[in-house]
Design a protein around this ligand. Sequence first.
Ligand SMILES: [Cu+2]
Length: 148
Amino acid sequence: MKAKFLITALFFTTTLVMADCCSESTQKNIHIEQPLVRPAQVGTNTGAYMKIKLDCMKATDTLLSAECNVCERVELHDHINDNGIMRMRPIHNVIIKDGEVNFKPGGLHIMLMGLKRDLKEGETLKIRLNFEKAGAIDINYTIKNPVA
Ligand SMILES: [Cu+2]
């Protein structure tokens, strides 16, 4: 009888701790790792890459858009296999779930279109990421070729 009570108590404690850890996505529990933008010349397009991590595996958020003032337009892109040829296509948003989403060459990326100036290796570039729950987060990207 006592053991059963203890197990029940333990179960509720664990549930409460998990609920706390898995609270909504906020600026505090969302992390952007290895933010990189591929070097490029004025007038061309380039890609921005990073890993988006959430502290809790169960929390989710959605990347709605990105903003940057060195280009004409910013789009979220993915790659699809079109009869063996990988093609980029614009997507509306990116859902962050299972703890992380990886933006990498050949996959998801932020497309910076119509650059107004050269992006030289070693410089940094601020890009604003707009999340549904966490809101706007400004990230300093390093201009550097990503490892494919
Ligand atoms: Cu693209």
